[in-house]
Design a protein. Structure first.
Length: 149
């Protein structure tokens, strides 16, 4: 498996990464995704894509992430998105992406690697616990308007 970081404007973002990311974030259109990445990149947003070995070499996993400095963690790598293509789940893609992100975090001098996960995603929770993540907080949200409105 090969994991690469893709910069804004890379044509693989729309053609290869976005179809996998939409399995987790179905509201993303190509235009909205391009806009989010352009604005988010200035705030530290990055995307990594996992490609399977072999002749096809298609994208099988995606991680959206950023380095954040704050008072609670001092410096952490926060994972915005972590998704493995449905047909490639339980094949080591998620594990490889987490290891890739941990490498970025350690290189940047982070104290933590963390993420939020929807309460309904119990399969993902089992994966995170196997990957040695701990449940350390509740995440609260106040909706201000509907997504896409």
């Amino acid at each position: 498996m090969k994991i690469i970081d893709l910069e804004p404007g890379d044509p693989r973002l729309e053609s290869e990464l976005l179809p996998v990311l939409r399995e987790l974030r179905p509201h993303l259109t190509p235009e909205l995704f391009a806009d989010v990445y352009t604005q988010g990149h200035a705030q530290g947003l990055r995307f990594s894509a996992a490609y399977e070995d072999g002749a096809d070499g298609g994208c099988v996993g995606v991680a959206g992430w950023r380095i954040i400095v704050n008072t609670s963690s001092v410096k952490k790598l926060y994972v915005d998105d972590l998704v493995t293509k449905e047909t490639a789940r339980s094949t080591g893609v998620g594990h490889a992406l987490v290891a890739h992100l941990e490498g970025h975090a350690r290189e940047a001098g982070c104290y933590e690697l963390n993420l939020d996960s929807g309460t309904h995603r119990t399969g993902a929770h089992r994966f995170y616990l196997r990957e040695r993540f701990d449940i350390v907080a509740f995440h609260f949200t106040r909706e201000l308007r509907k997504l896409g409105a």
